[in-house]
Design a protein around this ligand. Structure first.
Ligand code: SAH
Ligand code: SF4
Length: 475
């Protein structure tokens, strides 16, 4: 590992070059094995954008080996699930989907099945895969994303199962090929890992310690994305706004934002996820003065009650949070706010839950990601006393959703008749031939239009608001 004083270690170039040699070897093996048409890979990503960005790097390496990508797992020669460990539900889905591969593999013995990501970084999960899913060929954790060629080579050569789930050094891999899923909305990871150890959360255990990419590497990739036609660049990190902390780069997150904002080009900048304890006035002022930074802040507060926040180890109070929101609105009156909430943290009472309800009423978020507490192995909260039943927690959860729906419906009504600039993202999921675009505040508006508009900024007037769904007309 090459460690420059005080800087996040970078995976040495020799290691990356060694992986390139494995890529060449695999390309030769695959050319012999699949002489008629290239082998197909199916990659499915669960969880957060951090996983999406990792998958883009894994796909970059697979592509260089000679794989083409398919959306159909039955059709694939290589199947990879990049997994999420944040909640039990996500884990259950992965196990279900791995189980469903068994009959497919029985029909297609040559198929290689691989699992990676946060779940695989947990020893009890990789053990379970080892014992109960013998048809899985390759398992690797979040520290081995840059070593896929070497691991896959071992599988192809030996035909044996390969497990690589050691927690590695908290290092940054530069110079990996990237296969980008989209050509106008692009992800740019700027830091990895988390040092916060919120008492409910598994992320610090499966993603390791916080480390930032160098500002030079970030700016270089940003320039590349712009030259590829990016209309929107989303900076990614588990705690994106603690970028640069614990490093000797001398560039903090606001400064990095400004540097990207100052690059020439017609694009917007988003970032996620920010932590309230690292959300400074400097950051909010920088957002306000950077014309390319979208007027949207995703700032998870988790709970509106101070006792619960303390038990969660979040490092801020309700008052601190509300102070940030009011400052953000002072400097950016039109800012759109979104958040994450956990309902039913161990020991939370109904009265304490009501503080969360009152906070959402006070702030009036654009939208929320809401979760019922899910105990995670190895976290502090796993062993906390949790007397409230799941049924009761679900009823609180419904109250929260109902309140947020009415807030969102009112906000949608207030947008009626206004015209917004949107980035046209594609056709709607409903497949009704309509397009959907996203405002600066990250709000979807559907409208009539043709495929040529996808990937461009357009003005759309909101003409209809059905609850929280907006539709409009191209101007
Ligand atoms: N780093 C980000 C997000 C991490 S995970 C942050 O700190 O905000 C995304 C969201 O999942 C969290 O914000 C939290 O709301 C939720 N989450 C994490 N662990 C959870 C658990 N054990 N049970 C329920 N929700 C959880
Ligand atoms: Fe998990 Fe907290 Fe780190 Fe977010 S800040 S990833 S919730 S430990």
């Amino acid at each position: 590992m090459s460690v420059k004083a005080g800087l996040a270690p970078e995976i040495p170039l020799e290691e990356i070059m060694k992986q390139r040699e494995y890529i060449d070897k695999i390309r030769t093996i695959l050319a012999v094995k699949y002489p008629v048409s290239p082998p197909k890979a199916y990659v499915h990503t669960y969880g957060c954008q951090g996983n999406v960005a990792d998958s883009e790097r894994i796909k970059g390496q697979l592509y260089e080996m000679g794989y083409v990508f398919t959306e159909n797992r039955e059709d694939a020669d290589f199947v990879l699930f990049n997994t999420c460990a944040v909640r039990e539900h996500a884990e259950d889905r992965v196990f279900g989907n791995v189980g469903a591969l068994k009959p497919i593999k029985n029909e297609k013995k040559d198929m290689i099945i691989a699992l990676c990501g946060c779940m695989m970084q947990q020893p009890h999960v990789s053990e379970r895969i080892k014992k109960s899913y013998p048809y899985v060929n390759l398992v690797f954790g979040t520290f081995a994303v840059h070593r896929v060629p070497e691991l896959l080579y071992k599988v192809l050569r030996s035909g044996k199962r390969v497990f690589e789930t050691e927690e590695g050094e908290p290092a940054v891999a530069e110079g990996l090929p990237v296969y980008r899923d989209r050509d106008f909305k692009m992800w740019l990871p700027i830091m990895y890992g988390c040092n916060n150890f919120c008492s409910y959360c598994v992320v610090p255990y499966v993603r390791g310690r916080e480390r930032s990419r160098s500002p030079e590497a970030v700016i270089e990739e940003a320039k590349e994305l712009i030259s590829l036609g990016a209309k929107e660049i989303t900076l990614l990190g588990q705690n994106v706004n603690s970028y640069g902390k614990n490093s000797a780069y001398g560039v903090n997150f606001p400064r990095l934002l400004r540097m990207i904002n100052d690059l020439p080009g017609d694009f917007k900048i988003r970032f996620m996820t920010s932590h309230p304890k690292d959300c400074t006035k400097e950051l909010l002022d920088t957002m306000a003065s950077c014309e390319k930074v979208a007027r949207h802040l995703h700032l998870p507060f988790q709970s509106g009650n101070n006792r619960v926040l303390k038990e969660m180890n979040r490092g801020y109070t309700r008052e601190d949070y509300l102070g940030l929101i009011s400052y953000a609105r002072k400097v950016m009156p039109d800012i759109s706010l979104t958040s994450d909430i956990i309902v039913g943290f161990p020991g939370e009472t109904y009265e304490e839950f009501l503080d969360t309800l009152s906070l959402i009423e006070e702030v009036r978020f654009t939208s929320l990601f809401t979760f019922i507490f899910s105990p995670r192995k190895g976290t502090k909260a796993e062993n906390m006393e949790d007397p409230v039943t799941y049924k009761e927690k679900s009823s609180w959860f419904s109250l929260l959703l109902k309140k947020q729906e009415s807030i969102a419906a009112k906000r949608c009504q207030s947008m009626l008749g206004n015209t917004y600039e949107v980035l046209v993202e594609g056709f709607t999921k409903e497949n009704d031939g309509r397009l959907t675009g996203r405002t600066d505040g990250n709000i979807n508006i559907d409208f009539e239009g043709d495929a040529s508009l996808i990937g461009t900024y357009r003005k759309v007037k909101v003409t209809n608001a059905l609850n929280w769904i907006l539709s409009g007309e191209l101007q």
